[in-house]
Design a protein around this ligand. Structure first.
Ligand code: GLA
Length: 393
């Protein structure tokens, strides 16, 4: 399937631009197993890259223009590489343009020469669902990043490219997101999740062993689109910063569960609950990794559900559709379930014994129909490798 989408992207490039691309690069979407809204608090996250990818076919130009086209919009956009800047309306092209701009910044910071008179044509295709909280945007950024890095011979490492993705998204797209999504998309590994310390940016690939334990990771995409540029995400981030400041900490990473008693006394209830989510969620990431190592994946379900409850009640980023997906999946055999990603829509995950997959799927579909919700998109994912050049055969 991936080979065919890679080839389809190359063929679409030829049709659009009239010449053969130099190559095709790809990067995966991600789901976060646990560790939500902890990344911008310098905390811990534990996402995995998934077997849904974005493909970019690239060809070189010699006039400094970056031109992008895609299968999911009729609009082709172009810009002079030297003129990409914040505050413009680039539409969907803000993701590839933002990444190009950020790679230029990272290269300059590393003292590298970037030849801005060389430009690119780029065609993008993807099977990462958009708006589902599966980081379709990070997948675009990373697939563009690895391509440009190679075509400009920059040799920036994966971690720097992940940082570039975040920089482009913060500055050019205008979404104040953390480093998790791009790190997962760059550093993912087959059958592993990425344990990332968002303060030191140290990472460790940790084997999941889902298949060996007879488990599958089910995605329940509610089809309620979530948007990180809307106010909710930024508002949560601001509350975390306010809470840390009131506690005299540089970030919530430095706040422990023992500090929560004092936190409750010195701040308003809403800020306190935002703080409690982040502090307890950091601990749940560490507990999940310990449990996974000592007892295997079938034992992490309780932590996943506690994470969901914390996001529902303390961080208040869940919605009825996500709660319904989680409760129904658990009632029909999933061993753990939670909403994943930024919240306010998007997807839930349900770690489910293989023999219960169809029961859970049918039960969630039936419950959504009962409640008059849109039909959810339900499918399994597995942990995949990070961004790379495609070998077309
Ligand atoms: C979005 C952001 C990430 C992270 C998650 C919440 O996916 O892009 O940086 O903050 O939300 O964990």
């Amino acid at each position: 399937m991936s080979q065919s989408l890679a080839k389809k992207t190359a063929a679409a490039f030829v049709e659009k631009f009239g010449y053969e691309p130099t190559g095709v690069w790809s990067a995966p979407g991600r789901v976060n197993l646990i560790g939500e809204h902890t990344d911008y608090n310098e905390g811990f996250v534990f996402p995995l890259a998934i077997n849904r990818r974005t493909y970019t076919a690239f060809g070189k130009r010699s006039d400094g223009v970056f031109r992008v086209a895609t299968s999911f919009s009729d609009q082709t956009h172009q810009v002079l590489l030297s003129e990409i800047s914040a505050g413009q309306n680039y539409d969907w092209a803000a993701y590839p343009f933002g990444m190009a701009w950020a790679v230029i910044q990272k290269a300059k910071a590393a003292g590298l020469e970037v030849d801005l008179s060389a430009g690119f044509d780029c065609f993008i295709d993807s099977d990462v669902p958009v708006g589902a909280g599966l980081s379709s945007s990070a997948a675009i950024e990373c697939a563009v990043g690895v391509a440009i890095n190679e075509l400009w011979n920059l040799n920036l490492d994966d971690r720097t490219l992940a940082q570039a993705g975040q920089l482009g998204e913060n500055e050019i797209v205008g979404a104040p997101t953390g480093i998790m999504d791009q790190s997962a998309s760059m550093l993912g590994q087959l059958d592993h999740a990425v344990f990332l310390d968002c303060r030191t940016l140290e990472t460790q690939a940790i084997e999941l062993g889902f298949a060996a334990a007879g488990l599958e990771l089910l995605i329940i995409d509610t089809r309620v689109a979530h948007r990180l540029v809307d106010g909710g995400y930024a508002e949560r981030r601001a509350a975390c910063e306010r809470g840390a400041e009131l506690l005299g900490a540089s970030s919530l990473r430095d706040v422990s569960e023992a500090d929560l008693t004092r936190a409750r006394e010195i701040m308003d209830d809403v800020t306190f609950r935002r703080v409690r989510h982040v502090v307890t969620e950091n601990q749940r990431v560490l507990d999940t990794i310990k449990t996974l190592r000592e007892k295997g994946p079938a034992a992490i379900g309780r932590l996943m559900y506690q994470s969901h409850q914390s996001m529902r009640d303390d961080f208040e980023i869940s919605i009825d559709e996500l709660d319904t997906a989680v409760e129904t999946a658990l009632a029909h055999g999933a061993i753990g379930a939670r909403m994943t990603g930024g919240g306010f829509g998007g997807a839930a995950i349900a770690l489910t014994p293989i023999e219960k997959i169809s029961e859970v799927t049918l039960a969630v579909l039936a419950e959504f129909e009962n409640l008059g919700y849109a039909t959810p998109n339900i499918f399994s994912v597995s942990a995949a490798d990070g961004a790379a050049r495609e070998q077309l055969i």
